[in-house]
Design a protein around this ligand. Structure first.
Ligand code: ATP
Ligand code: MG
Length: 429
């Protein structure tokens, strides 16, 4: 809960309001509620004392009228003396004020006790001029107490804090959510819609800065495509010329040197091709239906592994899938090629199974594996492990970068598990 914006905002608002409330209650209680309560209690005690005194001084025939008058106009009740009194501890300080006031004025200890049958009614016995008089009053006569005031205020505070956090958070989260969705779209290589540059100053500024950044990113991507497309195109002509020149070299040329040069030129062409692929993406591709078994068999033929390389295919041979075929071909080609290149000539297994609407493909090799610290870096362009650089495997280091780009773009998922015994890469489509 405290991880969400709502949780945190409510926590801050509630604790601030609570601290403020406690301070207010303490100050108001000390300077207003307690003194007023004390005055009330003392007034009531004086009234009780006076009534008892008047009662005993009155001639017996007028006493009943006086009793009626008291209960009608002053809400003081006459007790018969047979009322059952409850054991008690007074929570409200008002009772203590009354008891000490009456004890002082009567010169003997006075106790106020609630009625067993009606805890609202309290009785007090007054001994005056040799007579004992029992007088009663209701609890509401002594006014509200501090605990109930605090309880009311706390309930109101809880409702207010929740409501204000809700309103505040709603106002804040909407633009932040829009921002997060737009950022995810950029992450997927798409151009998000322009965010509204309105609302509170800080949010409007953030939206403005984001829109600018988004436009800059789009420009950069376009420039990169144009630039790399241009360079690749322009490099192809001299490369073709070099290939022709190499073929026209006299027979006396060192054949080993010639072979190395041809290989270097071929490699350059491969790099240019992959670079163009990386910049172009797969924007306009259509979805087609393919048989997974056929696709994988085709790819293996294209890779041309050594004759003695064992590749096991494990999966339903009739499995069909509607998907972006060119993209999937590209992904599987790179992954299988890596398994062949870095699998140390051990058997490779390619398996697939359909799960719900998704297809799960796994490519497992038994090579040297990829150390933990390199596992997420190998998806960066041109990142190759030292061992692959030393080996004359001739890779460019772009294969997994292209795979990663396609996986992100198509919202597929890729998972890599690797240790000393080999590597398994799983793709979820
Ligand atoms: P390219 O695929 O562009 O021809 P590459 O194979 O070197 O060149 P990536 O496919 O991007 O480039 O792989 C990057 C690096 O990750 C490789 O050079 C290799 O070091 C390591 N790697 C990739 N797959 C495996 C694997 N199955 N086992 C061990 N290392 C691997
Ligand atoms: Mg590769």
């Amino acid at each position: 809960m405290t991880k969400t914006l709502f949780g945190r905002t409510s926590l801050i608002i509630t604790s601030t309001m609570l601290a403020f409330l406690i301070a207010t209650i303490a100050i108001a209680g000390y300077f207003i509620i307690l003194p007023v309560g004390k005055r009330n209690a003392e007034d009531l005690a004086s009234l009780i004392h006076l009534s008892a005194k008047t009662y005993v001084e009155l001639p017996p025939e007028t006493r009943q009228d006086f009793i009626n008058e008291l209960s009608k106009n002053h809400q003081l009740f006459w007790g018969s003396g047979s009322e059952q009194l409850a054991a008690h501890t007074h929570l409200k300080p008002h009772f203590h004020y009354m008891e000490s006031n009456l004890s002082n004025s009567l010169g003997s200890t006075v106790d106020i006790a609630p009625d067993v049958n009606n805890p609202n009614r309290h009785w007090v016995d007054i001994n005056i001029a040799g007579e004992s008089v029992r007088l009663g009053f209701d609890r509401n006569r002594i006014g509200v107490s501090l605990p109930s005031v605090a309880l009311y205020l706390l309930s109101i505070l809880a409702i207010m804090a929740t409501l204000s956090s809700l309103i505040l958070v709603r106002k804040l989260t909407k633009p932040i959510q829009q921002l997060s969705e737009a950022a995810s779209m950029i992450g997927l290589g798409n151009a998000p819609e322009i965010l509204p540059e309105e609302g509170p100053k800080e949010l409007a500024q953030t939206a403005k800065a984001f829109n600018k950044m988004s436009a800059d990113v789009q420009n950069l991507l376009e420039n990169r495509t144009v630039l790399l497309g241009g360079i690749s195109h322009d490099l192809r002509t001299p490369l073709t010329r070099m290939t022709m020149a190499l073929e026209m070299l006299p027979n006396s040329t060192d054949t080993e040197l010639k072979r190395e040069l041809v290989e270097a030129v071929d490699n350059m062409e491969l790099i240019i091709q992959e670079y163009m692929q990386l910049t172009k993406g797969f924007e306009d591709e259509d979805i087609e239906c393919i048989s997974i078994n056929t696709l994988i068999t085709t790819i293996i033929k294209e890779i041309k592994p050594d004759k003695d390389q064992v590749i096991n295919l494990v999966g339903d041979t009739t499995c069909q899938l509607e998907t972006y075929v060119v993209a999937l071909h590209r992904v599987l080609f790179n992954l299988i090629k890596n398994a062949v290149s870095y699998g140390n000539k051990n058997p490779i297994s390619i398996s697939w199974k359909q799960q719900g609407g998704a297809l799960q493909l796994a490519i497992t090799d038994q090579g040297y594996g990829i150390p933990k610290q390199h596992q997420d870096k190998i998806f960066r362009p041109f990142y190759r492990l030292e061992s692959s650089r030393n080996r004359a495997s001739g890779g460019t280091g772009l294969g997994l970068a292209i795979v990663d780009q396609i996986i992100t773009r198509r919202a597929w998922k890729i998972n890599l598990v690797s240790n000393d015994n080999g590597t398994t890469i799983t793709v979820l489509i």
